[in-house]
Design a protein around this ligand. Sequence first.
Ligand SMILES: [Zn+2]
Length: 392
Amino acid sequence: MSTTGSLERLRVSNRRAVTALLAADGPMSRADLARGTGLSRTTVSSLVADLIGSGSVVETEDRGRPHKGGSGRPPLLVALSTPAGGVAGVDIGHGHVRVAVADRSGRILAEELNTADVDAHGVGTLDQAARMVRSTLRTAGLARRDLHGVGMCVPAPMDRRSARISTGILPGWRDLLPGEELRRRLDVPVFADNDANLGALAELHHGAARGAADVVYVKVASGLGAGIVLGGRLHRGASGIAGELGHVQVGEDGQVCRCGNRGCLETLVSAPRLLSLLQPAYDDPLTTDRLRELDTLGDSGVRRVLSDAGRTVGRAVADLCNSLNPESVVLGGSLGTSPSLLEGIRASIDRYAQPDTAAAVRVLPGELGDRAELVGAVALALARVAVSVEQG
Ligand SMILES: [Zn+2]
């Protein structure tokens, strides 16, 4: 075999490693590509130049975080090119469906949000999501044929091998294949993942964790979950269900959890649980929006309950920090921007994590708020659609 031939084969396989990483994790800097593929910076730069030349990859307007210790401009990100037209992101929570339609650069053109009784009604929720995708497309001024793919997240662990949701968490979704069901309704490819995973990706590429390599994203909303980023890449685990922070056991004889275990962290800390704790002391009906508002205004009852909740979550996050040594913990979900929750988590990390580990980690509110999962779903769709065109 000739040396030129084997060098060319190596180059093809390296190019494939770069496009596969961009497809899995979305736009990133050349430095993150080098870190994620294990290739040198020089090799990555030259491969990216080839890929830009052949039209498979584009440089995006979005910039990463400035180089460490450097004062120069933050690096440009590179992304797989997508066909003209657009993609949709679908964020399914326990009580809502959110849909966005974006153009090929990831710019969101239109968005819709509706409440829904998601947990009990799998088929109904997917019907509703499909209707919302169609109407959001109309609002965005795109035709059905312009839609190339959909990224979707569900508020439960999703097994990558079976594409099913773990039984128990969403009783109305038993035996459903969410991605396949939505694909049948819309007749385009649908890529599904867990909500905290996509929230972590969104904060990593577009939010508070930009440029970080090791991040724990903690989502506090109707449920509790985490997305874990290691070495600049989302860590999904052997079967896709890594980061189930809500089901860490904190009390052997605690309340029965929807997963079937007892005493899970989520039975103590979730938005509905905290609202029901506080409601008896307030005249007006409390919502998570109101809770955040009262927290910012310094309401003592709300601050106490949220800070205690933060300490409880922080105890489990401190253990994760000891194992993973992350540089940031980013808080997301409808309660992720609560200052008292953040303060409680920080206090527990300082108390229970190994001192050097605690000193190395920053605890930050997410920049994308409760839209992180939606932004992540759009990014997933763009990345996967581009790679299917590339392999076309
Ligand atoms: Zn549980």
